[in-house]
Design a binder for this molecule. Structure first.
Ligand code: APR
Ligand code: PHB
Length: 388
């Protein structure tokens, strides 16, 4: 088989890149290890920067998002059970869109179907060959049969555990990592959200977050120890702990119910450089991981796709400037989002080895944020998304 761009991974970044390139007349084949149902069964976050909203509209997958998503003008931060609001609309004239990543991925699959896009599921043993040559190709097996896909470029959209990053020689790849000494215990519940905007709470017992999917589906998180186990947490224990950490008025009106999903996610910051090696590009989680505190995971994947999509369109028009600078351009925005996610994590979590002085620093920073328009503006412009 032959295509112009071989895309490894059928998650949001692989599908969005495939959709945008197809609309620009560039053909792609997406190779995905799992089945479509498995990919869609993953529970992921749900806050879109406005740049991501515009990219999804440009790709022709904005209709359901615009119909069912919730534009938010602000967010609440809380400290010692007292909340204050960051009004993005007033501070930077922008909003975010609350719309689940699973829904974004579903919309992208349906759009690929409508355009007869080539997405091959249940592939095994994907190997990238000749990425440092002018004739790269990908091999894989499916149902026991070996296949070869010749292409001009390879986009590694295969997440943190994919094969693409491992294809880059260790002598070339530089890695940067920070593992946080705690995790997030999250639940999904068919209950009305406690507020019409998200609440990020700093508390001496640990961080908490109140989020949502829609008017009948809520998503809540509490910080837990790194080695904690889901089985240690009954639903009641979760709700009690959440109430202790959020603003009192929210705790009073919190509607609880049985969890329909409950899991613990570790927190880590990770960046791999460079994001290009010859004719192989890394995109999304294949190149970087952010702790979820800044809601940047999906948005950074969309940011990478923005740069690569434009670079490849230019390349097929004979101008290779974009592909030559993809890694540098994408990484410049990646590091800023990593910084924001790291600073939000540092501000809002309880660090086991934290001393009394550090605790005061956190509270002083939250106090400064509460009373400084300049500080709020900085947080707002990062949260809604820095320009591409
Ligand atoms: N061969 C084929 N497919 C693979 C391989 C492989 N060797 N390894 C992984 N994959 C597939 C995975 O099954 C997954 O569906 O690649 C896809 C990668 O998707 P994601 O992990 O969702 O990564 P990405 O598309 O970059 O989206 C980033 O996902 O994890 C969240 O917080 C993250 O929101 C961010 C978003
Ligand atoms: C979520 O809705 O799951 C969510 C929202 C914001 C975050 C992280 C997760 O920062």
């Amino acid at each position: 088989m032959r295509c112009q761009v071989a895309i490894i991974g059928g998650g949001p970044s692989g599908l969005l890149l495939s959709q945008l390139l197809h609309r620009a007349g560039i053909d792609t084949v997406v190779l995905e290890r799992q089945s479509r149902d498995y990919v869609l069964s993953r529970i992921r976050a749900g806050v879109l920067e406005w740049g991501s909203v515009e990219m999804l509209r440009e790709a022709g997958v904005g209709a359901r998002m615009d119909a069912e998503g919730y534009p938010h003008d602000g967010v609440y931060l809380a400290c010692r059970n007292e909340g204050f609001r960051i009004d993005f609309k007033d501070l930077v004239g922008k909003q975010v869109m609350v719309y689940g990543q699973t829904e974004v991925t579903r919309d992208l699959y349906e759009a690929r179907d409508r355009m007869d896009g080539k997405v091959i599921h249940n592939v095994e043993g994907v190997q990238i060959h000749g990425a440092d040559s002018d004739a790269p190709y990908v091999t894989y097996t499916r149902d026991g049969t070996e296949h070869r896909l010749d292409c001009d470029w390879v986009a590694g959209c295969d997440g943190f555990h994919g094969v693409s990053r491992q294809t880059i020689p260790a002598s070339v790849l530089k890695e940067f990592e920070r593992v946080y000494p705690f995790g997030w215990l999250g639940i999904l519940s068919e209950t009305p959200p406690v507020d019409d905007e998200l609440i990020y709470a700093q508390h001496e017992r640990g961080f908490a977050l109140c989020s949502m999917r829609n008017a009948r589906l809520s998503r809540y998180y509490v910080q837990v120890a790194q080695d904690d186990k889901v089985e240690n947490w009954s639903d009641d224990a979760f709700w009690d702990e959440l109430r202790r950490r959020i603003p009192e008025d929210a705790a009073e009106r919190l509607v609880t119910g049985p969890s329909i999903e409950k899991s613990i996610a570790p927190l880590r910051s990770y960046v791999a450089e460079p994001m290009r090696w010859g004719r192989l590009f890394l995109v999304g989680d294949a190149a970087h991981i952010v702790p979820p505190t800044g809601a940047k995971g999906l948005n950074l994947a969309v940011s990478d796709v923005h740069y690569l999509y434009h670079a490849l369109v230019q390349a097929y028009e004979g101008d290779e400037h974009g592909v030559a600078h993809y890694s540098e351009q994408a990484l410049a925005r990646v590091w800023k989002s990593e910084r924001f996610s790291w600073s939000m994590t540092g501000l809002l979590h309880r660090f086991p080895d934290r001393g009394a002085f550090e605790a005061r620093m956190q509270e002083a920073e939250l106090d400064y944020l509460q009373h400084s328009r300049a500080a709020q503006t900085s947080l707002a412009e990062n949260y809604v998304g820095l320009p591409y």
